[in-house]
Write a protein that binds this ligand. Sequence first.
Ligand code: AMP
Length: 436
Amino acid sequence: MKQSGDSKKKSYQLVKGMKDILPSDARYFAHMNRLADQLAQIYGYGKIETPILENTELFFRGIGSATDIVEKEMFSFEDQSGDHLTLRPENTAGVVRAYIEHGMQTWPQPVKLYYSGSMFRHEKPQAGRFRQFNQIGFEVLGEADPIMDAQMILIAYKFCELNGFSCVMQVNSIGCADCRPSYEQELKDYFKRVKGRLSEISQARLAKNVLRILDSKEEQDLPLIAEAPQQIDFLCEDCKNHFIQVLEYLDELEIPYALNPNIVRGLDYYNRTAFEIWTTGEEAGRQSALGGGGRYDGLAEMLGGQPVPAVGFAIGVERFINQIKEADHKVPDTPKPEIFLAQLGPEARKKGLKLFEALLKEGIKVGENFAKTGLKAQLETADKLGVKFTLILGQKEIVDGTIMIRDMENGIQEVVDCAKVTAEIKKRLAKIAVIE
Ligand code: AMP
């Protein structure tokens, strides 16, 4: 390891593309996780936590080698034992690995799981794009019925609705192993004819993974993509029926959606339904999709298990938080204290520590600033917290076995017996609750 000569003075900075989440933002992350927990409870999903590190092979086989993620975005390394490991770039492959490894096919089906955690992709950092970011995802394994696809789209949509901003679900069907090859051939023939006008990236994709051209954000590709043949015209009967049913469910639920033939999701494991969440009026579209998902009936088999029909989605938590802020949607704050405990003098500080715990045990939400010794600074904190009452414990009160209650609204102070203070506070808070 290289060491700098002036190691004493060195100050360290974040690794490129990474970020610290400070308290002012952490509350948004907590809010998103609470929302995920609530939705999971309503729709019957159990939480799964898989490790951040997986064998590199899992992603090669699961995501597919001709994808941006596997080709150039994975944080992969060889560990001390010579194992090839990767920081997970997404979590569906990990969830399916866990499903197979824990014999979940013997559980009552479908198995409904959700997760929340960090993903890692070595992408070019830019607005809304990090190298470590968070996703919340929902997955249903063991059910092929289109009603599950619709439920996935519904839950993804609810993340927008409950966060106070509107979105339009972009939906498509990318067919199955039976009908996709003929479509891919048609697409290849088409793009070969216009190859000279395609961007360099798309020309490379033509040989490796033609569907990915539809995903292109290059300006010069867009008019060519608009004219390209669409998968929907090549769906086999089963895929067509499946898609129609998904759309019927969405109509029934009145979820705003748009048919978008360019949603192909890029990863090898998807089949049939593919969708993304775009905010309303999104110009940049995919560039800043809030989330996406789809059906991946072939993934379990690709990872060495029995075939397991499955569908899921993941949302980008940071992108949601940006939208929440933009929509000025209020997220619940951590509960505020109702009273404050101020202390003056060493003995009162000691007794105050204990009294604080006693008040908590009584279920009273109490705040403190034990770091300060002066009353003025402590009352300032109490004011900032917006408490109704402040208890003041000084030397005199300690000697007398009393405590002072200060009404923060009118400044009136009253001395009460310290042994009766919890009952007194509860009574006063209850009275205010009735008035409010
Ligand atoms: P994907 O797994 O690529 O479908 O991504 C699902 C969602 O995760 C995207 O729609 C984004 O909201 C979010 N996401 C993907 N990559 C990044 C990234 N590098 N930085 C921040 N969010 C991301």
